[in-house]
Design a protein around this ligand. Structure first.
Ligand code: WQD
Length: 332
């Protein structure tokens, strides 16, 4: 039996593959390299010292997805594959709905055909929209505030409704907050194809001298220092959360469960920039810019349900995240 990891060459996917293999799991990986490169696959093998079957395949290619299940005994699926850039989704909602939804339908339909009923979904804190209260719990109201978030919420709703219709399913919905950092070896990390939109890859570009400016997107928010607060979580902690979710899915006969994978602690943009400068001895030249449309002032998690039920807790610090992110980027 193997765990199929869709999007396994991506940022969170590749780190999860390492942790799965290091915990003794057999994995099969599929990726179309839309937002990743084959170098990530080499890094996974180098770090874990183990090989795995890889399929360069697009989840929109139903025969290619079917071939993976035909050729392998898939016990469960961790589904990372999907577009994930919020601004891009605002500009091109059809592209996001078409890819993320049709691709997921293909995965779920093929799972059903082969009797594979355990699905771990890469969801996102974006399903909490603009949280009225922080920290957010799994019971906090759900809403979509951009097309990317809509695709995540629609897929979560589909999982809930599939479970109600057929109790043989085990659905585990993992809501990530702000993943940053890299494997301490520096062999894998965040390597966005094209122009980055997230804070840490932008900071890295600035540190590498590849940007003409680094802007704090607003310092007039109602927060402790005026900049937005987010729950940054080390990608290695996030990867370990997926190993815990695999174990949970395996022990369950069925169910549909959602978990916040965050640290429970919020950091402001200024705190991230200051920490990055301090631990890496780098002076970032940044200015204060305009607010980004759609940014919430504060969003951070209450991760206690995952701690209780997955026996998982984020351990690494913002210092670790900044150090590991830079260690990967400067050696890339
Ligand atoms: C973090 C903070 C910005 C760039 C998004 C998605 C979410 C998830 C993580 C996929 C914000 C500020 C940023 C810059 C800045 N992705 N910022 N200057 O927006 O919290 O979440 O990525 O699941 O779904 O919504 O993350 O890294 O884009 O921004 O000041 O040049 O950094 O305003 O407060 P975000 P982010």
């Amino acid at each position: 039996m193997a765990v199929l990891v869709t999007g396994g060459a991506g940022f969170i996917g590749s780190h999860t593959c390492v942790e799965l293999m290091e915990s003794g799991e057999k994995i099969v990986v599929m990726d179309n390299f839309y937002n990743s490169t084959p170098a990530a696959l080499d890094g996974i093998c180098q770090i874990s010292g183990r090989g795995f079957k890889f399929y360069e395949a697009d989840m929109l290619d139903m025969p290619a997805v079917d071939k993976i299940f035909e050729e392998n005994d898939i016990e469960m699926v961790i589904h990372f594959a999907g577009y994930k850039c919020v601004p891009e989704s605002v500009k091109n909602p059809l592209m996001y709905y078409s890819n993320n939804l049709r691709g997921t339908f293909n995965i779920l339909e093929t799972m059903k055909k082969y009797g594979c009923t355990k699905f771990i979904f890469s969801s996102s804190a974006t399903v909490y929209g603009f949280p009225e209260k922080v920290p957010v719990t799994e019971e906090s109201p759900l809403s979509a505030i951009n097309p990317y978030g809509s695709t995540k919420l629609i897929i979560e709703n589909l999982c809930r409704e599939m479970y109600v219709a057929d109790n043989s399913w085990t659905m585990v919905l993992l809501r990530y907050f702000n993943p940053v950092g890299a494997h301490p070896s520096g062999l894998i990390g965040e390597n966005p194809v094209g122009k980055p939109n997230n804070l840490m890859p932008i900071v890295i570009e600035e540190a590498l001298g590849k940007r003409d400016k680094l802007e704090v997107a607003g310092n007039d928010y109602p927060t402790r220092d005026g900049s937005c607060i987010r729950d940054y979580i080390h990608v290695m902690d996030l990867a370990k959360g997926h190993v815990a979710a695999v174990k949970k899915a395996r022990e369950l006969d069925n169910g549909c469960l959602a978990y916040n994978l965050g640290t429970g602690r919020g950091y402001s943009v200024f705190e991230v920039l200051d920490t990055f400068q301090r631990v890496n001895g780098i002076d970032l030249g940044y200015t204060i810019g305009a607010r980004r449309p759609g940014d919430a002032a504060e969003c951070y998690s209450d991760p206690s349900l995952a701690e209780r039920e997955l026996h998982w807790k984020a351990e690494l610090t913002l210092e670790d995240m900044c150090r590991d992110a830079w260690n990967y980027a400067k050696n890339k």
